[in-house]
Design a protein around this ligand. Structure first.
Ligand SMILES: *Cc1c(COP(=O)(O)O)cnc(C)c1O
Length: 365
């Protein structure tokens, strides 16, 4: 039987139908209706954070929060190329310049020792990524940002529900973006949110995601990025089950670790100290193993098991960034090394122990 790299978490059909019933009766389908309000409140509680602004996807949440910060055009934002291209595009689409910092060799988040060398008088912000749900070194990043007067916006698309020293991943930096895409740990079909402490963003983001209108007044040149009621209803259902889904992912990850840990040439991410994980992804680096990454990928594919070369290629190698002075994988050698060797294995709540074993057997034999 084929196994995909991921499989969306869903409520039962009956549970979702029950949740959307009142939408049929009210005929209020979008524009911050009851489900939108309810989900926003529930997420503020679940993520233990003062403000959540909901979006129709995570990417537009990232674009909007950057725009709301109002940086001058051509300002520089330090980020990593070892991410989904959304991070880099959100910077560039705001007329800002992505400056690519390398990642560290341990958890593949931004290498905090290489950030300061990239700061210029044009730098306005740092946009690190909690890749695979691994938390960045939030303390070091805060020290650097405070010292140089920079904003910090986390791409926390992978870090829903993660905690560091008991603090929700939503509460670090000036803002954090979560993606609720169907493939993520928690989904609203498509969807996303930005979380932040500063009260002044609440009205601004609400206006910006709805054409920049405040009543009849055009305050910003906004687009349309509202989450609709059916997305919110899916989110309300999925939030009821999230802790159970994460516990099931944990069991799959523990089995992977038992089978693949301690094998020469296979590198697993160590569990991070002081972090409560959401088990979002299971990245494996094949470095000096009897098969290289591409061979493992192909052997799994022959058995209809789809792993993912995530993140490969790096965004600083993309054709659309070729004309940026900051592009080029040679500037980020660790990211380049890992991108050539990493594979994320199938991982989702309903992945059975037998399937994990089958995947490991193919890799090991
Ligand atoms: C999924 C993802 C995004 C984009 O989120 P969408 O909800 O799909 O728009 C951004 N950054 C990272 C790292 C992601 O994995």
């Amino acid at each position: 039987m084929s196994i995909n790299v991921t499989r969306s978490s869903m409520p039962t059909y009956e549970e979702y139908c029950e949740e959307i019933k009142e939408l049929w009766d009210s005929r209020w389908l979008t524009n911050m209706g009851v489900k939108h309000k309810q989900l926003q409140k529930q997420l503020e509680e679940y993520l233990d954070t003062p403000h959540v602004t909901l979006y129709t996807n995570g990417h537009l949440a990232l674009e909007n929060i950057l725009e709301a910060m109002g940086f001058p055009k051509d300002s520089e934002v330090i980020t990593t190329p070892f991410t989904f291209v959304s991070t880099t595009n959100a910077i560039a689409r705001n007329g800002l310049v992505p400056v690519f910092c390398d990642i560290n060799d341990v958890d593949y988040t931004i290498d905090v020792d290489k950030i300061e060398a990239l700061i210029t008088d044009k730098t306005v912000a740092i946009m690190p990524v909690h890749v695979y749900g691994n938390m960045c070194d939030v303390e070091a990043i805060k020290r650097i940002a405070d010292k140089h007067g920079l904003k910090v916006i986390y791409d926390a698309a992978h870090a829903f529900g993660v905690k560091y020293k008991g603090i929700s991943s939503a509460n670090f930096g000036d803002a954090s973006m979560f993606s609720f895409h169907a493939t993520k740990v928690y989904n609203t079909i498509e969807g996303g949110a930005v979380c932040y402490q500063d009260d002044s963003y609440v009205q601004k983001l609400d206006d910006m995601k709805s054409f920049g209108l405040f009543g009849e007044e055009g305050r910003y040149i906004g687009g349309n990025a509202k989450m609709n009621e059916f997305q919110a209803a899916m989110g309300i259902c999925n939030l009821r089950h999230i802790d159970g889904e994460i516990a099931k992912r944990k069991a799959a990850v523990e089995r992977y670790r038992e089978r693949l840990g301690g094998i020469e040439g296979i590198r697993l991410c160590a569990e991070q100290a002081d972090v409560v994980s959401n088990y979002a992804y299971f990245p494996v680096v094949f470095d000096g193993y009897k098969y290289d990454r591409n061979e493992v990928f192909s052997r799994l594919k022959e058995q209809e098991i789809i792993a993912r070369k995530y993140f490969y290629p790096l965004t600083n190698s993309f054709e659309c960034y070729r004309d940026y002075d900051t592009a080029g994988v040679e500037k980020t050698p660790v990211a380049s090394y890992i991108a050539d060797r990493v594979l994320t294995l199938p991982l989702f709540a309903d992945l059975s122990r037998e399937d994990v074993d089958r995947i490991c057997d193919i890799i090991l034999n």
